[in-house]
Design a protein around this ligand. Sequence first.
Ligand code: PMP
Length: 440
Amino acid sequence: MSVPVMINAFDSRNAANLDERTRDLVERRQRVLGQPYRMFYEEPVHFDWASGVRLYDAAGNTYLDAYNNVPCVGHCHPRVVAAIAEQAARLNVHTRYLDESIVGYAERLLAHFPAETNRLMLTCTGSEANDLALRIARNHTGGTGFIVTANAYHGISHAIAAMSPSLGLNVPLAVDVRTVAAPDPRLAASPEAVGAFFEREVRTAIADMQRHGIRPAALLVDTIFSSDGVFSEPAGFLAGAVAAIREAGGLFIADEVQAGFGRMGSHMWGFQRHGLVPDLVTMGKPMGNGYPIAGVVAREEVLERFAREARYFNTFGGNPVACAAATAVLDILRDEDLLANAATVGAHMKAGFEALSKRHDTIGDVRGQGLFLGVDILGADGAPSPGVAGDLVNALRRRRVLISASGPLGHVLKIRPPLPFSIADADELLQVCDEVLANL
Ligand code: PMP
């Protein structure tokens, strides 16, 4: 199990170096917010407004956003803002009354899914969506055992935090949770053997559960393995592992909170790259472009027993304003052809980082798909270096480029900008990275 990595976090010991206005806000924040909150960067950022892929501070400085996947169609997209405002001015109530907004949205969203996954339940956050998926999986299978990857993150509820090893040693995993190594090609015999490697991991975890009298309920994976370090190749590698969990009576839950809503470029959902139809799909973050909406898509047969034995109601989840925001996101993804953009700009950016890796020893493996890239950062000894990654992230922030690092050691640059990121934006990111790396 790993320890939580906070290499990019603000350290209050640096507060003395901040200008007076920033220091004052930092100090007020620290006086009133719960201590577990963290802030990014040695020198915190404080934005005033944002548009597209840019954020602006009160002094008028412009920042390039290569990090935020929530505003997937661009910060403060006017069509999302208008949809929220119009609906908020007309009606906003819970989902126990008939309303066109939720039904219309479900029809629109499910049209992006395989025919078998044909039911939608809405929540406010990805954590709630995963929590609900766990309850459904337990209920449907009668099992309690869950398999997750070694540095997975799936959310904040008690049940889900106990399946999120990236939270570290102080958040113990539940007794019926088993972890498997991430599908990292470097752990497999060859890149082509990733699928066989991952299937073996899952079969070993299932056997261990069974030895301990635990019945498997589900394999739960983030389909881009973001907190594990970003693993996307070769497409199709999940198939064997999914077959293994199904043979053992468990379900496959695809967590699309990171990969979903077109970020992969080639497809709307990460699981589609693997040629699979999940039993449950969870989603969130980009769904409302920042308005809280998340959800679970399920095969109807998986919900049957849950529907008989339980009820579902979420006070805010899927209310008309949330559905208006989410519908506008689907409209914009289509009208602005953002999947195609993610594919084109993502491929350009990946090639750019590969070229940078030839010039800078600091850059190791470059991975990912569409507008979700993972770039390994190495130290002078050629080993993964969270320290150098942290220095790079903070140096980029000083050059007004927003980025972050993650992975089990914290040495993987995580690049996942809003989807309207252009070739020119990608070139700017690459150029600034090149300059910063030359002086690191
Ligand atoms: N699943 C994954 C893969 C995530 O990355 C996250 C959030 N980082 C979640 C679930 C939880 O989503 P939320 O923060 O909306 O609860």
